[in-house]
Design a protein around this ligand. Sequence first.
Ligand SMILES: Cc1cc2nc3c(=O)[nH]c(=O)nc-3n(C[C@H](O)[C@H](O)[C@H](O)COP(=O)(O)OP(=O)(O)OC[C@H]3O[C@@H](n4cnc5c(N)ncnc54)[C@H](O)[C@@H]3O)c2cc1C
Length: 813
Amino acid sequence: MTLPSHAQIVVIGGGIIGCSTAYHLAKDHKADVVLLEQGQLTSGSTWHAAGLVGQLRSSASITRVLKYSVDLYKRLDAETGLATGWKMTGCLRLATNPDRWTEFRRLATTAGSFGMEMHLLSPAEVKAMWPLMRVDDLVGASWLPTDGQASPSDITQSLARGARMNGAKLIENIRVTGFEMDGERIVKVKTDQGDIACEKVVNCAGQWARQVGAMAGINVPLQPVKHQYIITEKIDGLSSNAPTIRDPDRRTYFKEEVGGLVMGGYEPNPQGWVTGDVPEDWQFRLFDDDFDHFEQHMLQAIERIPALETVGVKQMINGPESFTPDGNFILGRAPECSNMFVGAGFNAFGIASGGGAGWVLAQWVVDGEAPLDLWTVDIRRFSNLHRDREWVRDRTLEAYGKHYTIGFPHEEYASGRPAIVSPLYKRLQEHGAVFGSKLGWERPNWFAPAGTEPADVYSMGRQNWFNEVGKEHALVREKVGIFDQSSFAKYELTGKDAQTALDYICANDIAKPAGRLTYTQLLNTRGGIECDLTVARLAEDKFYIVTGTGFRTHDFAWIREHIGEGLDARLADITEHFGTLSLMGPKARDVLARVTDTDVGNSAFPFGHVREIIIAGATVRALRVTYVGELGWELHIPIAATGAVFDALMQAGADFGIKPVGYRALESLRLEKGYRAWGADITPNDSPFEAGLGWAVKLRKDTEFLGRKASETIQAAPLKKRFAGFTVARDDVVLLGRETILRNGETVGYLTSGGFGYTVGKPIGFGYVRHADGVTDDFLTGGTYELVVANERFPAAIHLEPLYDPHNAKVKV
Ligand SMILES: Cc1cc2nc3c(=O)[nH]c(=O)nc-3n(C[C@H](O)[C@H](O)[C@H](O)COP(=O)(O)OP(=O)(O)OC[C@H]3O[C@@H](n4cnc5c(N)ncnc54)[C@H](O)[C@@H]3O)c2cc1C
């Protein structure tokens, strides 16, 4: 096929992701699509995948994406005439110890929350389903009956045919060699056989996506890793419908294939491939068999399935696959290039994800915004740190090594740390800080008392920091503490049209005089919450915008891409210009008054205001806001002066017992006050009205703003879901999020956040209560609630108001 001179959308890569994206673009959107593949279709990672298809993930949206894959694989052959090899064998996950069993009980609850069938089985039940398996070391197993397996090449060919049937052109043996750019836009895709002009490009180049992206200046942080499995000869007595097995405590997986077994695993010592560019000539190629490295899996697998000791190995597959630093794939519009979209980095679940990933990516390409909350896989979750290939390699190999380890709550990665530290790092270490890392920043999670080791000890129940965090929490509620929040993302928007730009971008009214702050959501066209941040007006033509550490790239990209054409409004990321100290607690004013000459009394410096004040000789932007529900200020300090200001505050607050306080206390404090966290409680799937934040949407003003139309529609109809708080009377219940909410015994939703409130002395959860006919106050308060936690039901109380109100200094439970 010859290369057309123009296409609306060019998809690069003919693996499962490229073919699925092309299929959905052509079929669902009637787009004019050309797919370019440097070799033959499937010749990258796709042809040698093992073909296990699992669906349950910890994100509801990603689980939905994976469920869609299964639905598609079931019906695709009828549509295209090409079979996908889909077999709904179900999947068994084996547990050999109590912590793993707790993990599965929590997973079973998550499955229930997301509407997936999952059962917990006894060893005897497992034996009956899989007679060749040794089960004497099992505590039990989880059983997902709708999981299965498929043939990766067949699905891809079927998708390719479906794409062609709907008018897409798929061209093989043509290599993309570069892009012709107009600023940050691609205008032409260059190939070894000529150029093709286009409007949009979708980079589905698998492990090459990094180098293909680099040609347009974008960063796709992935790392190719060698992944091996074996295929055995026939095993007597093995059913062709045997469920797939995941045996995480032995780090192995199994799948039936033509009477034999496919067996592979995730070793703790993975072998990364190149950190530089991947060779171009890697069609249908594998690495040499590495039985020495694979032996660790073989030994474990024989223990599980003794027949493996004697059966012959037909073939070993040792192929590269792209993995990412957090084990999630990479989707969406690249922040550095306005018309390149990416679908790559599939962490050995590209076959399971392929159908659904192509569906949502196609929609994203056409609309320019994600069709649902895809934050966990969004390319904008990365930052410049992820341009460091060695850092990406180290973190990715750590994530690969953890693929099958028990996922303890609050677990932190260890590699590539410290990467970015605040000026207070050493000082906080001296206070016993136990750090976590967020987008590369070291941030104190909690402070270990003198004489104890400053380290987390992970467990499924209460962890070693529980009591210390309680003390930090109490200090903020009763006196005063300092949070180092220097990692906050900070932007400045300047120019004579800055207000006009923000009028359109922000749901709340930011058109206030200089010196005022506005808490606002930024909405998408569906009225869903894309960002949640604070806007401070510093001058007529200057706004200071502060958002969460992890949302730095995302929020910046969102704001920038929605600044109206031709407006005089320039957005700059100035995160590293300012350190941030949040001085919080009833004594915060007393402390602040001791270090500045500015009047910080309530009438001179009311809530929701910003002032420049001098502390320790530095000009500090003081924002009177709180995320903990106490009197307080966020102090934004020229970065070099952060240490001096911290020292001054610590000295001034000494007689109140002031101390630095960590992020785990912050979480507990904000839960009691009912403050929503973006990415968990409020996401692009949720509107401010459903989230109880309708008061922050300026519908009463005439101003046109992004998401207005959808907001009007949502507001006018009965809400089908509403955000509410829950407490559990038993104080040893560990809430983590995703626990099921039962109303009068029926599932009505699941928790989006969970934790412990030390002032109220109870576990606290937040989540949406759903009801198709509308959720009124009466509906909310008229039911009896339970939470399902690790598969056990606990009576719960619902709360429509914050659990703690500092003005009444009263606990409302
Ligand atoms: C050993 C092994 C076992 C696996 N088992 C499973 C499993 O059981 N279940 C599961 O879900 N997943 C599994 N996977 C993962 C799965 O194979 C991948 O996630 C999936 O194939 C990725 O598909 P892709 O389309 O992103 O990449 P690819 O299949 O690699 O496709 C990318 C394509 O882009 C093309 N390309 C690159 N550069 C250019 C260019 N410049 N111009 C034109 N074309 C270009 C390449 O030639 C390639 O064909 C496994 C992977 C391995 C290695």
